[in-house]
Design a protein around this ligand. Structure first.
Ligand SMILES: *Cc1c(COP(=O)(O)O)cnc(C)c1O
Length: 307
């Protein structure tokens, strides 16, 4: 008998994503009143387990990890990270071992929240670190300590956002070429916006709504520029950020946000993901009310995830 070899991780394409994702026009009064068309780019329908931009960002990284012979993936996220969940699901579906480094050592002794419980059910090994360590998570000594504990692994950055991810997200922009004047997306790490803006055509612009309350107002701006430099060689596309709709910060909500999201769900029978997508639509609707979009123009909202 020859040596037992574990099966090679299959190609992510075997997971059969729904691409290009559907583009739907909806009739929404705040936009219709201003003579503006509203389109929803339904990236939430790309894959049931790796929805939205998580598919777009993970796919090239999974491919690179498989090509490099990696059998284990290590990545980072907060207690409610959609990226950790998508990575855990990808590991289960493709046969990678997954390790999730989670921000907050106080979580180690508490029952797992539903999001982390899903990660664990998909086989992800969870490793909780204090906030100071989390901030230094890619420092060589921190990574070395993780290797001592978990052995060999390939690192996927927080949020899956790196040059490969931004290049992959440029396809989102290309799928929207000529479809809209403005394309809007909610931003966490900024990888999706970096790619989207690069893929759009002449005369189109991208608008990002950060859901985190930035420490420094220019931090995300610089991150997106850096990702574009790494992925495309320099700043590209026409894009800007509107920082007014984080509603207090990551996963925070306000009565105004909840009322808006409930009413939007009622009008369109579309359940909204509340950490990102609800803030994006609140931002766009407010801008429509302010008259920011000229009559006769078309706005597309990227629905990056599902509840
Ligand atoms: C992760 C995530 C985002 C943020 O994407 P970035 O590329 O990190 O900016 C937006 N929407 C949803 C639903 C997400 O899960």
């Amino acid at each position: 008998m020859g040596p037992v070899t574990s099966p090679v991780p299959p190609d992510p394409a075997t997971l059969q994503p729904c691409l290009p994702s559907p583009l739907q026009e909806i009739e929404d009064p705040p936009f219709a009143r201003r003579g503006v068309r509203l389109l929803l780019k339904r990236d939430d329908l790309i894959h049931p387990d790796l929805p939205g931009n998580k598919w777009r960002k993970l796919e090239p990284n999974l491919r690179a990890a498989a090509a490099a012979g990696a059998r284990a993936l290590l990545t980072f996220g907060g207690a409610y990270s959609n990226h950790l969940r998508a990575t855990a699901a990808a590991g289960r579906l493709l046969g990678f071992t997954t390790i999730g480094v989670v921000r907050g050592d106080e979580l180690a002794d508490a029952p797992l929240n539903p999001s982390l419980a899903r990660c664990a059910a998909d086989g992800m090994r969870l490793h909780f670190v204090d906030r100071g360590t989390y901030r230094r998570k890619t420092a060589p000594d921190v990574i070395a300590a993780l290797h001592d504990r978990f052995g060999a692994f390939q690192v996927i950055p927080e949020g899956g956002s790196n040059a490969l991810a931004a290049q992959s997200c440029s396809q989102l922009g290309r799928e929207l070429c000529r479809a809209a004047d403005t394309v809007a997306v909610a931003c966490g790490t900024g990888g999706t916006l970096a790619g989207l803006a690069a893929g759009l055509g002449l005369g189109q612009s991208a608008l990002g709504f950060p859901v985190l309350k930035g420490g420094s107002p220019h931090f995300l701006q610089e991150t997106v520029e850096e990702l574009q430099r790494a992925a495309f060689g320099g700043r590209c596309g026409d894009w800007r950020l509107d920082d007014r709709f984080h509603c207090g910060g990551y996963a925070r909500r306000t009565p105004e946000l909840d009322a808006f999201a409930d009413a939007f769900e009622d009008r369109h029978r579309l359940p909204l993901e509340r950490v990102y997508v609800a803030k994006l639509l609140l931002g766009l609707t407010t801008l429509a009310d302010e008259g920011a979009f000229p009559p006769g123009s078309t706005v597309a909202a990227v629905i990056t995830g599902s509840p």
